[in-house]
Design a protein around this ligand. Structure first.
Ligand code: GDD
Ligand code: MG
Length: 344
């Protein structure tokens, strides 16, 4: 089994973290989002992962210098320009010489979805594509997928206006595809699988879906990125199921936390230092960040190697980018560092 994993987006909803680090290279627990995804593929028997690279390919190449991630061999398919989801999958599949049934995945999804079951469902129906579906409360930021009783996909509506979605079952970003799908995607052209290719397959009646209520989360926004980290700590539930994957190590072995500091329900990365009388709760502190004394961090993300000086108060989904400095006594309530005006 081979898998194409899409990791080439700009991650705009995760700025300022993604100004320097691609979304899938941000940590979930003590490993990157990509390692979470690839480890799951490896456990399901995938023998090669083709990375569909676009934004900052260098960061991936540097992180996996021996061409393996979580023990699975990688192929790096670097697209010459952003090709959108279908263009990117086709570019990567052609680059790797894929000519048999394969998996394709969005690289920002943390899930326990049963890939073997998805594969079996695909073979049983004999369609050109089979997509996994997950139930969500607000489908408007996803691809919405109504099906008939046999699992045939009746429609594919990407990001419908709020309140207009025909179903609460959405595209979970995990597909089994036949190589014939690639023939529908012209070479070198920007094309969306959600907006163009899937609707075409619906019209031809050759696309099926498998519903799953396994744990599922798209970690592509600040709030879901925080949840992806914190859920795994608690084994918390999403879509009615709790996460059954390997439990996270909350605090890295080599983090240095002052005995007079309090850290609760948080992920603390390698080499992080936290000073006396500081309080960190429901937050993610990425590797190498240095937190001074008497700092409060609540429900927020601190980027790698950032420096937070003494007495700062960072709350309410604030995000401090990589290598940024928060001055002594600064108060951030739902704020970004650098501020949005400084992103370019
Ligand atoms: N190589 C490459 N090139 N990758 C890309 C490109 C591109 O031009 N554009 C996006 N990607 C990657 C992203 O990095 C991400 O891993 C994946 O494709 C999906 O893009 P997102 O930007 O995260 O899409 P989304 O979350 O708004 O919506 C998608 O995912 C939902 C489920 O998580 C859609 O597939 C929805 O239908 C789906 O419900
Ligand atoms: Mg996404």
């Amino acid at each position: 089994m081979r898998a194409v994993v899409l990791v080439g987006g700009f991650g705009t909803r995760l700025r300022p973290l993604t100004l320097s680090v691609p979304k899938q290279m941000l940590p979930v627990g003590q490993v990157t989002m990509l390692e979470q995804v690839v480890a799951r593929l490896g456990r399901a028997g995938v023998t090669e992962v083709v990375l569909s690279l676009g934004y900052r390919p260098d960061v991936f190449l540097e992180a996996f210098p021996d061409g393996r991630c979580a023990g699975v061999p990688l192929v790096y398919a670097e697209e010459p320009e952003p090709l959108d989801t279908a263009g990117a999958i086709a570019f990567a599949a052609r680059f790797a010489g894929i000519d048999d049934t394969f998996l394709a995945l969005n690289g920002d999804v943390i899930t326990d979805l049963d890939l073997a079951e998805l594969w079996q469902t695909h073979l049983r129906h004999g369609g050109e594509a089979t997509i996994a579906l997950t139930p969500v409360e607000d489908p408007s930021r996803y691809g919405v997928v109504p099906t008939d009783d046999d699992g045939r996909v009746l429609d594919f509506v990407e990001k419908p206006d709020p309140g207009t979605a025909p179903s609460n079952w959405i595209n979970a970003g995990t597909y089994v595809l036949e190589p014939s799908v690639l023939d529908r995607i012209p070479e070198g052209q920007r094309l969306s699988i959600e907006r163009v290719v899937f609707p075409a397959l619906v019209a031809d009646g050759t696309i099926y879906a498998m519903k799953s209520d396994a744990y599922w989360l798209d970690a592509g926004t600040i709030s879901t990125y925080l949840s992806a980290n914190l859920d795994l700590l608690e084994g918390a539930a999403h879509n009615g199921s709790s996460h059954s994957g390997p439990k996270l190590l909350a605090v890295a072995d080599d983090a240095v936390i002052d005995l007079a500091a309090t850290v609760s329900a948080s992920v603390v990365g390698a080499g992080v230092r936290i000073g006396a009388d500081s309080r960190v709760s429901s937050s993610v502190i990425i590797a190498g960040a240095v937190i001074g004394s008497n700092v409060t961090i609540e429900g927020s993300v601190i980027g790698g190697r950032a420096i937070v000086e003494s007495g700062a108060v960072i709350t309410n989904s604030s995000v401090v980018g990589f290598d940024q400095i928060v001055g002594a006594g600064d108060q951030l309530d739902g704020m970004f560092v650098p501020a949005r005006e400084e992103w370019s």
